[in-house]
Design a protein around this ligand. Structure first.
Ligand SMILES: *[C@@H]1O[C@H](CO)[C@@H](O)[C@H](O)[C@H]1NC(C)=O
Ligand SMILES: *[C@@H]1O[C@H](CO)[C@@H](O)[C@H](O)[C@H]1NC(C)=O
Ligand SMILES: *[C@@H]1O[C@H](CO)[C@@H](O)[C@H](O)[C@H]1NC(C)=O
Ligand SMILES: *[C@@H]1O[C@H](CO)[C@@H](O)[C@H](O)[C@H]1NC(C)=O
Length: 394
């Protein structure tokens, strides 16, 4: 037990001696009942001596209640209350440990941390939501709360709890923050929470958030635009209700604007073409849905085919994937792809370019994958031409 406590102390000094950059919690001397750091007397007596058994402190965790919302906070506090000279001295002795010894210490520390039972995710979320909802909090703390939520909403159970805790409302309010960074983070958190999660998608749609997010896509602050686009995609992906709202809100026009305008950030354009492919896929799968003129707009299709000559290979690949889906829609015509969009020429040009790329060592594997996709598109295209020819004899 003493060894473990020693390790924790050492970990603190390792963090200092290696200058590890852990974020300042800014809450160094928040009240922390029960935690006593006495570097002077012993190697590191982290805990007040418990009344009964020493391990009770570890199991019951009452010593950590109310003090710290995170491990960082605890370490910060501990260092804030340590004697700098003593820390330095110990740091030196740590440097003398071999790598193996250090690794062993780190494992011990991890085990200790697990037994300490850190605050539950729900508690951490509650704290962050509370901070978001607090109008007198500083911008820094607000951003910090959003950053925490960004991580916390990743597990689907946490994302599902978010609404019950009042989190969705609090995050959505931040979409109106005057600070672009706060808006960006809020959109990002929403996107993450919605991703592959029909429950959260439904709730966020009910909040009526989609139009706001779509408006944010046109922000001059490019990071905000990108995260907003991410959130829009996450919200309507595999969600027919969401897609209906998206189209009703002029989502197709938004996508066209982004596609046609090469001054938009490349990341946004990649996301855009990816979403188009995704929406086309949705359309293929739901055969009964009313036909969308969007997908058979000739200029739009041409703008997409033209993207295959982009210098960005990633964009090219995503474009191919989208074309593959668009070709499979009943509403698109092979003759338009051929005569109006010159897809045959575009595919041939791409073939030559990929061939060249495959001669470059570092590009070979990727180019080969894209070439496989390109051939697939070519095959579907020529099949569609044949089918079109037999159905509509001219
Ligand atoms: C908090 O810490 C700062 C710097 O460590 C110190 O100056 C200040 O007196 C402390 N405040 C309280 C209330 O302990
Ligand atoms: C709101 O934030 C302020 C400043 O950080 C703090 O003093 C106050 O206790 C907070 N209120 C609530 C309800 O958490
Ligand atoms: C946020 O504050 C509002 C009132 O300002 C309150 O109605 C709401 O319940 C609060 N939400 C949370 C999660 O604390
Ligand atoms: C293209 O987008 C930029 C903003 O990224 C905008 O200023 C410009 O007017 C757009 N051009 C066209 C032709 O829509």
């Amino acid at each position: 037990m003493r060894l473990v406590r020693l390790s924790l102390f050492l970990s603190v000094t390792i963090l200092i001696s290696t200058g590890a950059a852990w974020a300042s919690e800014g809450r160094v001397n928040k009240s922390a009942p029960g935690l006593i750091w006495s570097t002077g007397k012993e190697e590191g007596d982290l805990y007040r001596k418990p009344q009964s058994e020493e391990h009770e402190a570890l199991n019951e965790n009452d010593e950590l209640d109310g003090g710290f919302s995170s491990l960082d906070g605890m370490l910060q506090w501990a260092i804030g209350h340590s004697d700098p000279a003593k820390l330095k001295e110990t740091a030196k002795s740590v440097q003398r440990l071999s790598d193996d010894e250090l690794t062993k210490r780190q494992i011990e520390i991890q085990e200790l941390m697990e037994r300490l039972k850190m605050p539950s995710d729900a508690e951490l979320m509650r704290t962050a939501i509370n901070d978001l909802n607090n109008s007198s909090i500083s911008l820094e703390d607000r951003l910090h709360a959003l950053e925490k939520l960004l991580v916390l909403v990743e597990p689907i159970d946490n994302a599902n709890d978010l609404d019950k805790l009042g989190g969705l409302a609090a995050i959505i309010t931040q979409l109106d923050n005057v600070e672009p960074v706060a808006r960006k983070l809020a959109a990002w958190v929403l996107g993450k929470a919605c991703q592959n999660n029909p429950v959260v998608q439904k709730r966020v749609l009910e909040f009526g958030t989609l139009p706001k997010l779509m408006k944010m896509v046109t922000s001059d602050f490019v990071e905000e635009a990108i995260k907003a686009f991410f959130a829009v995609s996450a919200l309507i992906r595999n969600n027919l209700r969401g897609q209906e709202k998206f189209y009703a809100q002029g989502g197709d026009l938004m996508l066209k604007d982004i596609l046609k305008n090469s001054t938009f950030d490349i990341r946004l354009r990649r996301k855009c073409i990816f979403l188009i492919g995704d929406l086309a896929q949705s359309h293929i799968e739901s055969a009964n849905k009313a036909e969308l003129p969007f997908f058979s707009d000739n200029l739009f299709l041409k703008a997409i085919v033209d993207l295959t000559s982009s210098e960005d290979l990633d964009l090219q690949e995503k474009t191919l994937a989208a074309i593959k889906n668009l070709l499979q829609l009943r509403t698109t015509k092979a003759s338009i792809f051929k005569d109006f969009c010159a897809l045959d020429k575009a595919l041939e040009k791409m073939r030559l370019q990929l061939q060249q790329l495959m001669e470059e060592e570092d590009q070979r594997d990727y180019a080969r994958d894209v070439e496989i996709l390109r051939r697939e598109v070519e095959m579907i295209f020529y099949q569609k031409i044949e089918k079109g020819g037999s159905q509509v004899p001219t």
